[in-house]
Structure formats: C-alpha cells, structure tokens
Design a protein around this ligand. Structure first.
Ligand SMILES: Nc1ncnc2c1ncn2[C@@H]1O[C@H](COP(=O)(O)OP(=O)(O)OP(=O)(O)O)[C@@H](O)[C@H]1O
Length: 369
C-alpha cells in the first residue's frame, strides 16, 4: 500500500447482542474484494458500517486517503457525504425515470454535493454505460427490464456517482442461474477495468473464485483470514478448501491457441495447462483458470496413453481429512497451488505425505476471464 493508493482501512466494533462485529481490516485500493462467510457472520453489517448506514462504535474508516469515521478524532461523515456506491440484492431503481434518467440522477446528485471534484473518478458515465452493455437500453423504463438488466443499471447508477469505493451486497443472489450467468461477464469486465476497490458480499464460492482478487473470510463477526483469494482458497485450515466446491485459481500466460481444436495453452510457473476455449485471444494475455479439487487426481509416475491433457509435476504440501473416506491434498506446482480430493485408500496406497513428489492430473480446467 502506498501514498497514492492507500486502500481501505476499517476498524469496526458494533454490538448487537448476542452478535458482535469486531473487525480490523487493511484492504487493497483496487480489485474485487470478497467478503465471504456463513449466514449471519456479519457480512452485510460490515458493508453497512463502512457505508455509515450503521454506526460502529468505536470505528475508524479511511478510504483512498479520506477519513469517513474516526471516533477518536470525533469524525463522522453521514452516508451521503461518503464517496461510495452501494448495489443491493434487488435493484431499487426509480420506476418513473428511464435508464438514462436513473443514471443521470445519480450523476446530478453527486454534482450538487460538489463531490465530483474529487480526483481519480471511478469511470466516466459513458464508460460505465459501455462496460455494462446499456447503450441499447437507455430509453427503457425499469419495469420493462429483466432482473439482470435492472442490476446492470443499478451498478452503472452507483458508478455514475463517482465513488471511491463500490459496495455490492450479493448482487446476483436474487437472480436465477441463467440471469446470473448473463451478469457475471459484466462484473468480470468491471473487475478488469475499475480503478477503485469493490467490496463484494457473496455466499457462492464459484462466484468468488471468478471475481475476487482479495478475500476476507468472516466468522461470527470476526476476521478469520484476509489475503489474496488464490492463497486463501488453497489453505487447508480454512473452510474454503473443504467439500465439493473446493477449488484453486492459477494465473498464467496464453502461449498457444489451436483454433481447429479450440484449445488454448497457458504457461505458468508449474508447466502448461490446456483449456477449451472458442475465443482466440492475443498471445501473451494473462488469464486465470479455476481448477476444482474433485477434478484433480494424483499419480506417482507420469502416465502415458491417457485422455487427460493436463499433467503437471507437483509436491505435496499438506493433507487433511475432508469427509469420511475422502482427503484433501494441497500441492505446490512450481509455486502455483492446487488441491486434489482423493480417497483415503489412495492416500495410503500412494503414500501421500508432505514432501512427496508426484504428478497432478487435471481433468477439468475452467477459464475465468
Ligand atoms: N436489524 C437487526 N437487528 C438485530 N440483529 C440483526 C439485525 N440485522 C442483522 N442482525 C444480526 O446480526 C448478525 C449479522 O447479520 P448480517 O446480516 O450482517 O450477516 P450476513 O453475514 O450478511 O448474513 P447473510 O449471509 O445471511 O445475509 C446476525 O446474527 C443477524 O441475526
């Protein structure tokens, strides 16, 4: 964290007996930061306290060098004076205004407070409209839009207010699977483009894996872990690396694309990974892939005559019982992290233990970008 990009500092204590939120967070000044944890752990309360919709006491909130709350210094900015955008589960748009009217309303409102004078605006309004694919919807009324389209308008409206921080509370939760799949690429575009941090509450680990660069894991109002999403997702001591949804993220560089076979090859520190892709991207592009623990098997010798394309040398770094008869094995592949979920019988048969060198066979690789 440097002076130009001081990120988010939040020390919040909020008692709501029997629940207490007590967090001390230092978060990056860019990227998607997922607030993740079980129902009732305090994710929404944390967002609301940052926004000034709930009053933490004591509290300290600094965003991009501005102090929004500092009880020790007697500073408290009400929500409308905080340069933030808030997107909720359900888009609450003005039904009597068009999409354009909704977005312009937010822009005018912020201009009237003089807040747009702040340097380093999130994005220009035109860029937000473009990023969220709204150009063709600008004259429509919210009542004529689908849930996913309404949510895109809500995000553009939040960005039109030129926030220094965007808060999103389960923005996909009210959408069905099809609409969710439609909206995710727009969120990914924001993730790549926005210069401001986005604090994103979600229950869904697959969503978090696609979007998050940083993760905060909350448990009963406390921070259980905070750090890079890639690192946290592979940690055997955290609940993320448990069960069917356990997965890791690997970042690599596109080194080849075979358009006849629709196969892209990514180079990473541990070797190469092949992934089905119908899109030809420029060579050299950085791409992220998600590998689910259940799709990784282990062998002591490199197999030949197999249909599995992805075989990478790896070293066991740890293992833990996942469920009766199943173990989660953590692996290091040239510095990249992998998880493999295998049976207890295989753990014994292969002599799996920390330090063991072997080969990870990856059956499924999903491109995230
Ligand atoms: N208005 C309220 N009054 C009293 N207690 C509340 C209120 N809102 C939430 N709580 C309690 O505060 C705790 C944290 O709730 P919060 O909504 O922040 O959790 P969450 O992690 O966002 O949960 P979920 O994932 O279910 O939305 C819970 O124990 C909840 O019951």
């Amino acid at each position: 964290m440097n002076a130009e990009n001081p990120g988010i500092q939040a020390r919040l204590r909020l008692e709501r007996s029997p629940f207490t939120l007590d967090v001390d967070l230092q978060l990056p000044g860019h990227g998607f930061i997922a607030l993740f944890g079980p129902s009732g752990c305090g994710k929404t309360t944390c967002l609301r306290a940052l926004a000034g919709l709930e009053r933490a006491h004591p509290g300290l909130v600094r965003v991009a060098g501005s102090t929004w709350q500092d009880d020790a210094a007697g500073i408290w900015l009400p929500t409308h004076q905080r340069a933030l955008g808030f997107v909720f589960q359900e888009a609450s748009l003005f039904d009597h205004l068009s999409v354009r009217g909704n977005i312009m309303y937010a822009q005018k409102r912020v201009q009237s407070t003089g807040r747009s004078a702040v340097a380093g605006a999130a994005v220009a309004v035109e860029q937000a409209v473009d990023l969220l694919g709204l150009a063709g919807l600008m004259d429509r009324r919210p009542a004529t839009l689908s849930g996913g389209e309404r949510q895109r308008v809500a995000i553009a409206r939040a960005l039109a207010a030129q926030p220094r921080l965007l808060l999103m509370d389960e923005p996909l939760a009210a959408l069905d699977a099809g609409r969710k799949a439609e909206l995710l690429p727009y969120l990914e575009a924001l993730q790549r483009t926005l210069a401001i941090p986005v604090l994103y509450v979600s229950h869904a680990l697959d969503e978090v894996a696609r979007l998050a660069t940083h993760m905060v894991l909350l448990d009963a109002g406390r921070v259980r872990a905070s750090g890079s999403a890639e690192v946290l997702m592979a940690r055997l001591d955290l609940p993320l690396a448990q069960g069917d949804a356990a997965a890791t993220i690997i970042e690599g560089t596109l080194v080849r694309h075979d358009s006849a076979e629709h196969l892209s090859t990514l180079g990473f520190a541990g070797g190469e990974l092949h992934v089905i892709s119908t899109t030809a991207r420029p060579l050299g592009q950085r791409l992220r892939v998600r590998i689910q623990a259940r799709d990784v098997s282990l062998t002591l010798e490199r197999q030949s005559g197999t249909s599995i394309l992805n075989i990478v040398p790896a070293t066991v770094t740890g293992l833990r019982e996942d469920s009766p008869g199943q173990w989660m094995v953590a692996l290091d592949a040239g510095g990249a992290r992998l998880l493999a979920r295998i049976t207890q019988r295989s753990v014994t048969a292969l002599g799996i233990a920390p330090g063991r060198s072997l080969f990870a066979q990856v059956k499924g690789v999903a491109l995230l970008d």
